[in-house]
Design a protein around this ligand. Structure first.
Ligand code: LRH
Length: 482
C-alpha cells in the first residue's frame, strides 16, 4: 500500500498543534499546520481549561490540514492526562478543571481513608499524584449527581468530532479507576468511593475507529469527511510510541512534565515501586509505561512567566541558558516538592526551599535557571537508575524526546548526572506516535510498535551527549516522593 495522510491533533498543557503526517512503508514525515496557545482560565471556583476554545482551534487546524493536503484521510487526538468534562444528555455540565487547581487535598484524604495507598496501588498501579482523576472526581462530590458521563479531554474532543462516547484505554489508565491487572474499569473501587460507575464510558482500545465527522464539523471543513480513530490518546503514550527505543534504552519524555522511565511488558506493583513514586500507565499495544512524573520544564516556563511579568517584556531565553551553562556549583533541589505544582512565583519558592534546607539560594535568574536544569537532570538520572533496579533491567542509553530535547544544557547535564549517553529527539515524538498508530489503523503500515518506531528511525537525526565527569554540587537532601 502507498502512504496515507493523517492529521494528528496534540493538545499540550501550554500549547496545541495540528500536524499533517504522511505515513507509509518509506517512513513518516510531519508538517505542523496549526499551533495555538492553551491558556487556562481562573474562575470563581478555581482554575479551568478553555476546552470549547480548544475545540475551535482543533477545527481551525483541521480546516488548514485539508486545505494544505486535500487527501488527508484521518484524524486522531491526544492530550495531557487525568482531566475531564462531566456531561448529561450530551451537554457539558461544568467547565473542566485544570489539574493544577488546588481543590483536591480533602479528597486525597477521603480516598486514602477509604482505601489505603498501598491497596490503591495494588489495584491501579499509579504514582500518587494529588490530581489523579479519582481524587478530582471525589472532590467534585455532589456535582457528580448532575452527570451521566465523564469524558477525558481527548475523548471529549473525539466526541465533539463524531458523537462517539468512549474512554480510550491509555488515558483511562491515568484516572486511578482502571484495574492495572486487566485494564477494565474498577467498578468496585469507584462504588466504594461514591463515584457512580455509570459515568465511566465504555473502554476503547487505541487503534479503534470512532466513525466519520458529524455533518456540522464536516461542513466546517468544506464538506471534507475524515476517519476519526483512537491512538494513544494520553500524550505520553503517543510520545513513547514515537520514541525510537532500543532494547536497553530508558526514556525521558520532556515537556511541561519530565516523564522518566522504561517500557515494560508487565507492571511492577511491588510496594517499593509505589514508595519510590513509580506509575504503571497503559501504553500502545498493551505495553506498560513504568515511569515517574518529574516536575519538568514547567519549573522553567513558569519562572520565565514570573520574570516576564516583573519586567513587562519578553525574556531572552537563549542568553539565559548560555549563561546558566557557566554557573559553578549550582544548587540542587527536590523538583518534586509539591510546592512547585501550583502556578505562581517558582523562583521565590526555590529560594524558600534552599533557605529551609540550609542551602545557598540562587543569587539571580541565571543561577535559578541552572539550579532548575541541574535539579531536573539529577531527578532524571536517579529516577531512571531506580526504575531499572525496580524492574530488574539494565539501561545503557537515555532517549530524551519532546521539547526538552532542544535544551542542550539539560540533555548534557542528564548525561553527566546519569553517567549514560543521551540521545535527543524526536522533538515531535507525540505527533509522530499519534500519526504512526493512525497509519497502521488505516492500513498504510503494519507491524508491532517496534516496526512502527523503525519508520521514525529512518529519517531521525539525533544529537548525542556523552557524560562528562561531575563537578561538585550540594548533595540533595533526600528526595521526597510526591
Ligand atoms: C504530560 C501529561 C503527563 C501527566 C500530566 C497530567 O502532558 O499527560 O503524562 O501525568 O500531563
Amino acid at each position: 500500500p502507498g502512504p496515507v495522510h493523517v492529521a494528528a491533533v496534540d493538545l499540550g498543557a501550554t500549547s496545541g498543534r495540528v500536524v499533517v503526517a504522511e505515513v507509509g512503508p518509506g517512513g513518516v514525515r510531519l508538517d505542523v499546520v496549526h499551533r495555538f496557545a492553551n491558556t487556562p482560565v481562573r474562575l470563581t471556583d478555581g482554575l479551568h481549561w478553555d476546552v470549547v476554545g480548544l475545540f475551535r482551534e482543533v477545527v481551525d487546524g483541521l480546516r488548514l490540514a485539508v486545505r494544505s493536503t486535500p487527501d488527508v484521510a484521518g484524524v486522531a487526538v491526544d492530550s495531557w492526562a487525568v482531566d475531564y468534562a462531566l456531561l448529561r444528555d450530551g451537554r457539558m455540565v461544568s467547565t473542566p478543571f485544570h489539574y493544577r487547581d488546588s481543590r483536591n487535598a480533602a479528597a486525597v484524604e477521603a480516598v486514602h481513608a477509604a482505601v489505603d495507598p498501598a491497596a490503591l496501588y495494588a489495584r491501579n498501579g499509579l504514582q500518587h499524584l494529588p490530581f489523579n482523576t479519582v481524587f478530582q472526581l471525589v472532590a467534585d462530590g455532589a456535582h457528580l449527581e448532575h452527570a451521566d458521563t465523564m469524558l477525558l479531554v481527548p475523548d471529549l474532543i473525539g466526541h465533539w468530532l463524531t458523537g462517539y462516547v468512549g474512554a480510550e484505554v491509555t488515558n483511562a489508565s491515568t484516572t486511578g479507576l482502571l484495574d492495572v491487572t486487566n485494564a477494565s474499569w474498577d467498578v468496585e473501587l469507584a462504588t466504594t468511593l461514591g463515584i457512580p460507575a455509570e459515568i465511566l464510558a465504555p473502554l476503547t482500545p487505541s487503534g479503534a475507529t470512532l466513525g466519520g465527522l458529524l455533518p456540522h464539523v464536516a461542513a466546517e471543513l468544506g464538506g471534507h469527511d475524515l476517519a476519526v480513530t483512537t491512538v494513544g490518546s494520553h500524550d505520553t503514550a503517543s510520545a513513547i510510541a514515537g520514541t525510537v527505543l532500543g532494547p536497553d534504552d530508558a526514556y525521558v519524555s520532556c515537556g511541561t512534565w519530565g516523564l522518566a522511565g522504561l517500557e515494560l511488558e508487565r507492571p511492577v506493583l511491588a510496594d517499593e515501586a509505589r514508595q519510590a513514586g513509580f506509575t504503571n500507565e497503559g501504553g500502545v499495544d498493551g505495553r506498560v509505561r513504568f515511569l515517574h512524573n518529574v516536575m519538568g520544564l514547567w519549573l522553567l516556563s513558569e519562572s520565565v512567566r514570573t520574570w516576564e511579568r516583573e519586567d513587562g517584556r519578553a525574556i531572552d531565553l537563549p542568553s539565559l541558558l548560555a549563561a546558566a551553562a557557566e554557573v559553578e556549583a549550582p544548587l540542587v533541589f527536590d523538583v518534586d516538592d509539591p510546592r512547585f505544582l501550583p502556578p505562581g512565583d517558582i523562583p521565590a519558592r526555590i529560594r524558600a526551599y534552599a533557605s529551609e534546607h540550609g542551602l545557598r539560594p540562587p543569587a539571580d535568574r541565571v543561577e535559578t535557571t541552572r539550579a532548575i536544569l541541574e535539579s531536573l537532570a539529577d531527578a532524571f538520572a536517579t529516577t531512571l537508575h531506580r526504575a531499572a533496579e525496580l524492574a530488574g533491567r539494565r539501561i545503557h542509553r537515555i532517549q530524551v524526546v519532546g521539547g526538552g530535547a532542544l535544551n542542550t544544557l539539560l540533555c548534557q547535564l542528564t548525561a553527566d548526572r546519569s553517567g549514560l549517553e543521551v540521545l535527543a529527539g524526536p522533538v515531535e515524538a507525540t505527533a509522530l506516535g499519534n500519526a504512526l498508530v493512525q497509519g497502521r489503523t488505516l492500513g498504510a503500515v503494519s507491524g508491532d510498535l517496534d516496526a512502527l518506531r523503525a519508520l521514525v528511525g529512518r529519517t531521525l537525526e539525533q544529537k548525542h551527549y556523552r557524560p562528562r565527569p561531575l563537578r561538585s554540587t550540594n548533595p540533595l537532601v533526600a528526595r521526597k516522593v510526591f
